[in-house]
Design a protein around this ligand. Structure first.
Ligand code: FES
Ligand SMILES: [Fe+2]
Length: 393
């Protein structure tokens, strides 16, 4: 995101403030409520999106040095990610080749070898089987053929990507779709992990994604929380193939316009929140505090349940501020959680229940909810469904 691009986005926001308009071109989209409840559709989505599509797992700082690991079960498949001794990012199915136990418990750390808790088979950070416990008793096996199963993995501009199923390598252009410059601009690897939390909700995973795709609701639902920081119903949207960027204005933008008429002197990161939808299931928000990465997955093989994993990667410049102000990382994580869980997801759970009751066949997405039009149609396109039309309005 170079300076001219940042200026263009700021110009769009300022212009919309002046004109009192928020909407992108387009109209109304009607989404069938059965998209959130149908078990057959859910099975297709799970196969396509959560087994066979490369997923953005986190930022490079999850693995901050050679010989570090991160074991994560969020996709539904246990995945072991490592940065090997040479600094390369690799991923494996976290499944022991002996009897199929999970080799490494969930978590992060630093190690060069992994010992399975069941019968102590030992694997190297390169995935090779190094030792069969009491091999003279077990019998002869070829350790060459019993490495951990490698999963396609790539580190792209400070983000870590894994496809949960073995197969073709991860394709950068397909994953990023033109977001390369944006990601490089934010220096993502310089943001260390500040904390992570899990929010389970009784709603379809796509309703979770939808929660982040419009700020039409900001001044209503978040009147006492997020609306104090950002301006509602005002956004600049750009599409990057399957991905999308939505920039919203912070309250400081109003002050900055008053104090400093020259837009090219506005501190972009202080006056905006830049939100990315990263296909198929990630929302990444860049603001003054750092980067919030929200990964949303189906839960318990159910179309009605989802799990959100929120990780906050702190901006190196604000670490000191948190220490000076005695504001704990937990407080900031809780603030984020409360707005999402008690406000956004409470609405999502209502929508899910109503979808299941079948009183109403469809929901409407307006002109000022353009990101949601995009989400629904890229998910449809990802499993070969017909796209939803946008009716002029
Ligand atoms: S299952 Fe891992 S050593 Fe037996
Ligand atoms: Fe919200």
């Amino acid at each position: 995101m170079d300076k001219s691009e940042r200026l263009r986005v700021l110009g769009t926001l300022a212009d919309r403030m002046d004109r009192g308009t928020t909407a992108d071109a387009g109209g109304i989209m009607r989404v069938p409520m059965s998209d959130f409840t149908c078990p057959r559709l859910f099975t297709r989505e799970r196969e396509a999106f959560f087994r066979n599509t490369p997923l953005c797992m986190g930022l490079s700082s999850e693995l901050p040095a050679p010989n570090t690991y991160w074991s994560d079960n969020a996709t539904g498949i246990p995945i072991l990610m490592v940065r090997d001794g040479g600094g390369a990012f690799r991923a494996y199915a976290n499944v022991c080749r002996h009897r199929g136990s999970k080799v490494v418990p969930e978590g992060r750390g630093s190690k060069t070898r992994f010992v399975c808790p069941f019968h102590a088979w030992t694997y190297g950070i390169d995935g090779r089987l190094l030792k069969v416990y009491k091999d003279c008793h077990f019998g002869n096996v070829s350790s060459r053929k019993l490495s951990l199963i490698a999963l396609p993995a790539a580190e792209l501009h400070g983000t870590l990507w894994v496809r949960p199923t073995p197969g073709d390598p991860v394709d950068e252009d397909e994953c990023l779709g033109g977001l390369q410059d944006d990601l490089a601009h934010w220096h993502l690897p310089d943001h260390p992990v500040a904390g992570s939390q899990t929010i389970d909700a009784r709603m379809n995973w796509k309703l979770g994604i939808d929660s982040y795709g419009e700020i039409y609701h900001l001044n209503v639902l978040h009147e006492k929380t997020a609306a104090k920081a950002a301006l509602g119903n005002l956004q600049a949207i750009d599409r990057f193939q399957r991905n999308l960027r939505m920039v919203v204005a912070n309250q400081q933008l109003k002050l900055m316009r008053f104090l400093m008429p020259a837009m090219d002197r506005w501190p972009y990161r202080q006056v905006t929140s830049t939100m990315y939808f990263i296909y198929p299931n990630v929302i990444m928000v860049v603001d003054t505090f750092g980067v919030d990465l929200v990964r949303i997955f189906p839960l318990d093989d159910s179309p009605s349940k989802s799990r959100t994993i929120h990780t906050w990667y702190i901006h190196p410049n604000v670490q000191e501020h948190f220490e000076d102000q005695a504001m704990s990382y937990e407080e900031r994580l809780k603030t984020f959680r409360d707005a999402v869980e008690l406000e956004d997801y409470a609405m999502g759970e209502d929508v899910q229940l109503n979808a299941e009751m079948g009183l109403q066949a469809e929901i409407l997405l307006g002109r000022n909810e353009g990101a949601l039009h995009h989400f629904h149609n890229v998910h449809r396109s990802g499993i070969g469904r017909d796209l939803l039309p946008v009716e002029e309005a």
